[in-house]
Design a protein around this ligand. Structure first.
Ligand code: NAP
Length: 281
């Protein structure tokens, strides 16, 4: 079983360089898929209130402890606060509800799912999250789909820099400027839809050529590209064989030219999720 290395977040937490996306992993099959991932070396699980699978994530964590001997403290359980729960008191209530649904005693990484600028409450939400961290119900606090201007506002107003910003990131949308901002401020980038949801990305000639040069699959070449950009990809797979393939990207290295060639596929966002205008409740 490959060991997934970690990096240190700005709050001192050891954070895996690759994790498991769990969107659409639900019910008993979803739990089985998550337990398989943990047995295959995954230690970071990415959930959200809106994925409606916090119960399954909690069950997988408990099963991993009982069946695999992977203790609670070895895992990083992420969930995300939905737009409808923005605001100080609503955030407090939402966190408690998530902890209850997970059936765990804490959330390890708590993210604001979308900034929802029309709601106008992401700063208040962030202040509540800081209080939740101080109270111990939450381990690390971060955001998702935030722009550099929004991050600057959070930092300037509270003095607390998010540990993570989870954003759309794949070879079609490498997020060069935002990643540079993250680097400058010590924010860890996490890549959502790192495989571009298995669109034509995996059959791009450049990806295939680079994969062949290293004797790996196109998926592994893409996930290695994320790792070398300094971003934690969270590929979702329900299939244990594909989970193993996806995690096995720490035994080879792309050249700078290969990284640049994959980044050359850039064409922009794929699903219109501009944080300045996209609203998700
Ligand atoms: P993704 O991880 O880019 O792609 C998932 C798709 O790729 C699934 O259809 C999966 O099928 C397939 N796949 C996985 N490994 C493969 C392999 N080795 N070979 C071939 N196909 C493979 O897309 P995603 O699920 O949208 O994104 C990942 C995670 O990011 C989500 O699950 C979620 O946790 C998070 N996310 C966050 C946000 C946000 O706003 N913060 C938005 C979107 C997603 P199988 O399951 O059949 O393997």
């Amino acid at each position: 079983m490959p060991t997934i290395p970690t990096v240190t977040l700005n709050d001192g937490t050891a954070f895996p360089e690759l994790g498991l996306g769990t969107y659409n992993l639900r019910d008993a099959q979803g739990v089985d898929a998550m337990v398989a991932a943990i047995s295959n070396g995954y230690r970071l699980l990415d959930s959200a209130v809106n994925y409606k699978n916090e119960r399954e994530v909690g069950e997988a964590v408990r099963r991993a402890d009982g069946e695999l001997g992977v203790g609670r403290d070895e895992l990083i359980v992420t969930t995300k606060i939905p737009g409808r729960d923005h605001g100080y008191d609503a955030t407090m209530g939402s966190a408690e509800a998530s902890v209850a649904t997970l059936g765990l005693e804490r959330i390890d990484l708590y993210l604001i799912h979308w900034p929802n600028p029309s709601v106008g409450k992401y700063l208040e939400t962030w202040q509540a999250m800081i209080a939740l961290r101080e109270g111990g119900l939450v381990g690390s606090v971060g955001v998702s789909n935030f722009t550099d201007a929004m991050l600057t506002e959070l930092i300037d107003e509270t003095g607390v820099t998010p540990a993570v910003n989870q954003v759309e990131l794949h070879p079609y949308f490498p997020q060069n400027e935002l990643r540079a901002f993250h680097r400058e401020h010590g924010i860890r980038t996490e890549s959502w839809s790192p495989l571009a949801r298995r669109t034509e990305l995996l059959s791009e000639q450049v990806v295939g050529d680079i994969a062949a040069a290293h004797g790996v699959t196109p998926t592994q070449a893409v996930l290695r590209w994320h790792v070398q950009l300094g971003s934690t990809p969270i590929p979702k797979s329900a299939d244990p064989e594909r989970q193993i393939e996806n995690a096995d990207v720490f035994g080879f290295e792309l050249t700078d030219d290969e990284v640049a060639a994959i980044s050359g596929l850039e064409r922009g966002r794929l699903w219109g999720g501009d944080p300045n205008s996209h609203e998700e409740m």
